[in-house]
Design a protein around this ligand. Structure first.
Ligand code: ATP
Ligand code: MG
Length: 406
C-alpha cells in the first residue's frame, strides 16, 4: 500500500492562554485558515476546542503544509494518515512509514491511544504489536522511550484509526482579527508591507489604504500595491484594499505650498484621510511604515508634524529597524521583489528635491489655510474604491493574460 496523508491536525498557539475568549479565537483562526486554503478547493476545514482539522480530500499535502506554516495563531501541526481499524493494516502502515524514514541509528517508539474501547487491543498491546511489526521490517532499528527520533502516534477512534509521526512548527503569533482592526497605510515601498506583516503577527486585522494619483501614478503602481496586499493575505486571510484618489490634493498642495513643505503637507493629508476612513470602518489604529532617519522626511520633527492631525494611536512596527533588517523581513515574506519594481508612487513623483527636515506644525497649518482642507478630505474619502484581495491571484492572472495577448 502507499500511504497518503489524509488530514492535518492543527494545534492552537498563544490563544490557549486566553480563557474565556477561546471560542472566539478559535473561530477566527478557523476562518483565516479557510480563507488562506481557499486556493485548494478540495480542502475542508473544521475546528473544535482543542484542534483544528484540515481534511485534504485528495489534495497534495506539501503545498497545504507550506500555506499552514505561514498562518498566525498556529503553534504546530501534524499530518496524519487515516486507516481502517484493522491490526494488520496498522502493522503494514508502521512498517512502511519506518522503512521510508530509516537511516542507521534511528530510534523510535510507538505511542498508541485507544479511544474506542471496543477495539481488540488495548493501548499497551497495540504498542507491542506495532513495535514488533517495525522490528520485523527493520531488525537493526532501536526502540527508545525517552526522546526517540520518531514517535509513531497511533489513535484508535470510533470512526477510524489515525497515525502521525511528524510535527511541524507553525508561525506562532495571534490569529489575525483577534486584536481588532487597523488601517495599514500601504505604499508600493519596502517598509509598509513589512509593517503590515508585523501588525498581522500580533493579531491585528488590517485594511490596506493606498493613495494613488493618476495619471501621475501608473496602473502598474496600483497593481504593485494589490500584489503586495495579496502577499499579506497568506498570514491570515482576505484583506480589504482601499484605493484613495489623491490627484486633486497633490495638485492643490503643489500649487499652494512651498516646495520644502510638499512632503509634510502630503503626509498630513494622507493621515487625515486614513483616519477618516478608519473612523467610518470601525478601525482602532493606524499602521504605517515610517522608520527613523532613512530619508529627510523621517525625522522626529517630521513625525511630529505629520502626527499632529490626529489623536488616533499610530503603530509604526519598523520605526527602530534599520533598512537591512527591514529588507530581511521583506525577503522572508516575499514582498521585496515586488517592492523594488520601478513603478513610482505618488510621493516619489511629487517629492521635492530638498524636503524640510525640521518642519514646523505652525507653518504647515499656515499653508493649509490657503486650501479647503475639509472639502479636499471629504472628496477623497467619498471617492474611495474598495476591493477584497484574496490569496487567489485569479483575476489578476486573467488581466495579465489579456494584457499579454494585446
Ligand atoms: P515605504 O517603503 O513603505 O514606502 P518609505 O521608507 O518609502 O516607506 P515614506 O515614503 O516616507 O517611507 O513613507 C512613509 C510611510 O507613509 C509609508 O511606509 C506608508 O505607510 C505611508 N505612505 C507613503 N506613501 C503612501 C501611499 N502612496 N499610500 C499609502 N501610504 C503611503
Ligand atoms: Mg515610500
Amino acid at each position: 500500500m502507499t500511504l497518503v496523508y489524509s488530514e492535518i491536525m492543527v494545534r492552537y498557539g498563544e490563544l490557549s492562554t486566553k480563557g474565556k475568549n477561546r471560542m472566539r479565537f478559535i473561530n477566527k483562526l478557523k476562518r483565516n485558515i479557510q480563507d488562506v486554503l481557499s486556493i485548494y478547493p478540495e480542502v475542508h476545514v473544521t475546528a473544535d476546542r482543542d484542534r483544528c482539522h484540515v481534511f485534504l480530500n485528495g489534495q497534495d499535502y506539501a503545498p497545504v503544509a507550506e500555506s499552514l506554516k505561514q498562518i498566525f495563531g498556529i503553534q504546530a501541526f501534524n499530518p496524519v494518515y487515516r486507516l481502517s481499524k484493522d491490526v494488520a493494516v496498522l502493522e503494514k502502515a508502521v512498517q512502511e512509514i519506518m522503512t521510508g524514514l530509516y537511516k542507521e541509528g534511528l530510534t523510535f517508539k510507538v505511542a498508541a491511544k485507544r479511544a474506542d474501547h471496543s477495539f481488540e487491543l488495548d493501548s499497551r498491546e497495540l504498542n507491542h504489536a506495532l513495535g514488533d511489526a517495525v522490528f520485523r521490517a527493520l531488525p537493526s532499528i532501536q526502540a527508545q522511550m525517552k526522546k526517540p527520533d520518531v514517535t509513531l502516534k497511533v489513535e484508535i477512534r470510533d470512526e477510524a484509526a489515525y497515525i502521525s509521526h511528524e510535527e511541524i512548527k507553525g508561525a506562532g503569533g495571534l490569529p489575525v482579527g483577534t486584536s481588532g482592526k487597523g488601517m495599514l497605510m500601504l505604499s508600493g515601498g519596502i517598509d509598509s508591507p513589512v509593517a503590515g506583516y508585523l501588525a498581522l503577527k500580533r493579531g491585528v486585522d488590517i485594511e490596506a489604504v493606498h493613495f494613488a494619483s493618476p495619471p501621475y501614478t501608473s496602473p502598474g503602481a496600483l497593481k504593485k500595491a494589490h500584489d503586495l496586499t495579496r502577499k499579506l493575505t497568506k498570514f491570515g486571510g482576505n484583506i480589504q484594499f482601499i484605493e484613495v484618489p489623491f490627484t486633486e490634493i497633490q495638485e492643490e498642495i503643489k500649487e499652494k505650498a512651498p516646495e520644502a513643505y510638499l512632503m509634510t503637507l502630503t503626509r498630513r493629508f494622507m493621515m487625515r484621510i486614513t483616519d477618516r476612513i478608519r473612523e467610518e470602518r470601525n478601525g482602532l489604529v493606524i499602521i504605517n511604515g515610517e522608520s527613523l532617519g532613512q530619508v529627510a522626511s523621517q525625522t522626529l520633527e517630521s513625525m511630529q508634524a505629520i502626527n499632529a492631525v490626529t489623536n488616533t494611536p499610530i503603530i509604526r512596527p519598523v520605526v527602530t529597524m534599520d533598512k537591512l533588517e527591514i529588507i530581511d523581513i521583506a525577503e522572508k515574506i516575499d514582498t521585496f521583489n515586488i517592492s523594488i519594481q520601478p513603478f513610482e508612487d505618488c510621493c516619489t513623483i511629487f517629492a521635492p528635491d530638498r524636503p524640510k527636515t525640521n518642519p514646523k506644525i505652525k507653518n504647515a497649518e499656515q499653508y493649509e489655510r490657503r486650501m479647503d482642507v475639509e472639502g479636499l478630505v471629504e472628496r477623497a474619502v467619498a471617492g474611495i474604491m474598495i476591493t477584497e484581495i484574496t490569496p487567489q491571484a485569479e483575476n489578476d492572472d486573467v488581466e495579465d493574460l489579456i494584457e499579454d495577448l494585446l
